[in-house]
Write a protein that binds this ligand. Structure first.
Ligand SMILES: O=C(O)CCC(=O)C(=O)O
Length: 197
């Protein structure tokens, strides 16, 4: 099923759910859990250093360097599984990607704070394609102060779904994955296009 949601300010969400067949999504989750070199990065927030409450990895074409929250990520080469998945994400979304940020939420205690994928190296109005494997988590979008009358939008992402965020979503909306008691392991893959490093 494909659900399309227009966001105020010109953003667009396109959710393909289901997208990957469930057996394939489960097999990919366990391959990535076992084979990716996961790190718990230390980031700088409001002048203080914290460990991120999740594990992550960065993969991409040579030269796709990504900087956020005081981190500079050098790309690991594509694994065969993720190179193949990139092609399928590109076929569904119609957009080329050269990199992917992997986030591993080991349990409902792991989380992602509210932010926009709006780093300069992603260019103006980036398209972000987000594949979610494993347990479902609430994915919440909150409007920025430019849209004071808008209510948050909440989706449930997991099990092999594909969410494409496009238009001005990263300009007028911030997104996050709050802690969620009882949630199982989940890996999220956000495919991106670095246009300048
Ligand atoms: O885990 C998710 O669904 C969100 C990941 C995310 O916000 C990001 O990679 O920027």
């Amino acid at each position: 099923m494909v659900r399309v949601e227009q966001l105020a300010g010109g953003g667009l969400l396109t959710l393909h759910d289901p997208w990957l067949p469930s057996a394939e999504a489960e097999a990919l989750l366990s391959t990535l859990q076992d084979t990716v070199v996961w790190k718990q990065e230390k980031i700088r927030l409001f002048g203080r250093e914290h460990f991120q409450p999740r594990l992550s990895a960065w993969m991409g074409d040579p030269g796709t360097i990504y900087r956020y929250s005081g981190l500079t990520l050098q790309p690991a080469p594509w694994t065969p599984a993720l190179a193949g998945l990139r092609e399928r994400v590109e076929a569904t979304s119609g957009v080329p990607f050269n990199s992917v940020l992997l986030n591993y939420y080991r349990s409902g205690d792991d989380a992602m704070g509210f932010h926009a994928d709006a780093e300069p190296e992603l260019g103006q109005n980036p398209v972000i394609a987000s594949v979610s494997l494993g347990g479902h988590r609430r994915f919440v979008l909150k409007p920025t102060r430019d849209l004071p009358d808008e209510a948050p939008v909440t989706l449930s992402l997991g099990g092999g779904s594909l969410l494409v965020m496009s238009g001005t979503t990263q300009h007028f909306w911030r997104h996050g994955v709050p802690r969620q008691a009882g949630a199982g392991p989940r890996i999220n893959l956000t495919f991106r296009r670095i246009v300048a490093s």
